[in-house]
Design a binder for this molecule. Sequence first.
Ligand code: UDP
Length: 258
Amino acid sequence: MTNRSQVAESTGHLVPAGVSPRWNRVVLKLSGEAFASESSDDTIDAHTVERVAREIAEASSDLGVEVSVMIGGGNIWRGQTGAGEGMDRATSDTMGMLGTVINALALQDALERVGQPTRVMSAIAMSEVCEPYIRRRAVRHLEKGRVVVFASGMGRPFFTTDTPAALRAAEIEAEIVMKGTHSGVDGVYSADPRTHPEATRYEQVSFMEVVSRDLRVMDLTAITFCKDNNLPILVFDVMTSGNIRSALLGEKIGTLIT
Ligand code: UDP
């Protein structure tokens, strides 16, 4: 993998002396609902997307971290919603994947408006809209200082975007999957803090414990994939301003699953 100083050279971004990110290449998993508006019915809230984009852009340019994003689509459609109403599951999941493309384009637009070169790579071919996902090309984009937004998840039904986030991380040799939460729960807790106020947040927890205690932080498939491939997961609150930077610097926020 290209080291940080080389990336800074190739992009022209100077990493300030003394600033040393803990991770040099990451996959950030963003739920589509993180883009939805709390204050209106908007499916995509421009201000929220802009804030997240600004933070990602700063991480990429100020810290020299190679950032890719797996974007979800839950603000638009979830496969299970349709399947629950009797739709064919594969069709319904395909609708969900198309929703992720809409979010990816919104994020690309916001990133480029703050000056961050960005490429959307889709697992479902749509050459008029974005690039196809090609692993080596994704790595090249990152090395050149571009943010890569992965759209369409895995391109296959019966998954959510959690598992392709982990898969892409392994493929591009990212060091961590950063799972941004948006529900106010800022990490992994001993129980659901919304219903168990006495629950405590783990600073660090093992994959085994997450699985054995059924701590629902990501899809089980994603958790076991990360475990098998020695890929740590950081669960953190992405809605709090500054948290993406803090997470990349290795500050003690959220929960690290190892
Ligand atoms: N999806 C899929 N295959 C994938 C990724 C996503 O079929 O590889 C579909 C699935 O129906 C899912 C929807 O896309 O419900 C939206 O993704 P997700 O639920 O992960 O969005 P998020 O909750 O992260 O916003």
